[in-house]
Design a protein around this ligand. Structure first.
Ligand SMILES: Nc1nc2c(ncn2[C@@H]2O[C@H](COP(=O)(O)OP(=O)(O)OP(=O)(O)O)[C@@H](O)[C@H]2O)c(=O)[nH]1
Ligand SMILES: [Mg+2]
Length: 290
């Protein structure tokens, strides 16, 4: 027989799941060293699957950030939960995040997860050694393939994750060219940056009632629509004399320019789509099933 071929390249999908606000998107960005997924202090920031591709030599990990788990109350919520399901079924490994705000580890692997599962105790920078010890004690190690305390914010222990993950991934060639960072188009990330600013700047229901879409991109000009559910929300978004929206759009533009690496002009309009979160047609139109 001929020589034994020893394959060495590892490639696979790794899905990040957990409750809202535990730091899933912060971890994705830290792992791929790029701000791909938007992060805010508010729960339910992420609405869709966001891929971030890590490549080194012959190895490739396609990380998939997901929305947090919660009980759906409308069509948008349902779409968000479907995104988690879809990301969890076609994956090679699952990173299950918990944080001191939601310290209870799952006592069983969720039934649908058939992959290896790592339990990551995130935000360890925000608690004492004693508190971490207490959370750690409640974890049943037998249920997880690895258990690791980390801080997605400071990066503590995050570097140790990559070699651990590679151990579990299938041996196969990379799926994407090395320079690819995501399979989502530029337009998607531009709309997300705008949504991040809305989450940061407006209160209560406003961020949750908002969807953002890039309508057109030609050269340096980008047309963006912000959709809200009621006329009164349109007024709040725009603010007196348009000042509020102007500020939000400027701060979004600066981040969009950083992301694209070029100067842009953005033209923002606010549209009302009555109760859009309750209507599948709009939820679909705004891309939440993609
Ligand atoms: N102290 C500390 N804060 C963190 C850490 N990781 C994330 N955060 C903060 O927690 C908040 C939520 O972070 P996200 O990354 O948006 O959380 P998420 O799980 O993606 O949230 P959803 O998309 O809403 O489900 C933000 O204010 C982050 O700065 C961490 O390791 N330490
Ligand atoms: Mg998120």
């Amino acid at each position: 027989m001929g020589e034994t071929y020893i394959p060495y390249m590892k490639t696979g999908y790794v899905t990040i799941i957990g409750k809202p606000n535990v730091g899933k998107s912060t971890l994705l960005n830290r792992l791929v060293k790029t701000n791909l997924s938007i992060i805010t202090k508010k729960p339910q920031t992420t609405r869709q699957r966001i891929t971030g591709i890590w490549s080194e030599g012959e190895d490739q990990i396609i990380f998939v950030d997901t929305p947090g788990w919660f009980k759906p109350k409308n069509e948008l919520d349902k779409a968000m939960q479907i995104q988690i399901e879809r990301a969890s079924t076609d994956t090679d490994l699952t990173l299950f995040l918990i944080s001191p705000e939601h310290p209870d580890p799952p006592n069983k692997k969720p039934l649908s997860i058939k992959t290896p599962v790592f339990l990551l105790l995130n935000k360890i920078d925000s608690i004492s050694k004693e508190e971490l010890e207490k959370i750690r004690k409640n974890v049943n190690d037998d249920q997880f393939d690895e258990v690791l305390p980390i801080s997605a914010l400071t990066g503590e222990n995050v570097d140790r994750l990559i070699p651990l993950i590679l151990k579990y991934l299938p041996t196969q060639h990379p799926f994407f060219p090395e320079e690819y960072l995501s399979d989502r188009p530029e337009r998607f990330f531009i709309a997300e940056i705008m949504r991040e600013k809305i989450f940061e700047e407006y209160k209560q229901e406003i961020p949750y009632s908002t969807a953002v879409k890039v309508i057109d991109m030609k050269g340096e000009k980008i047309d963006i629509y912000i959709y809200v559910e009621k006329d009164s929300q349109k007024g709040i978004i725009i603010g007196k004399g348009g000042e509020k929206l102007k500020g939000v759009a400027t701060s979004a533009r600066k981040d969009i320019e950083k992301f694209l690496g070029k100067h842009v002009y953005i033209n923002v309009r606010v549209k009302v789509r009555k109760k859009w979160r309750k209507k599948e047609e709009f939820v679909r139109q705004f891309g939440y099933y993609e």
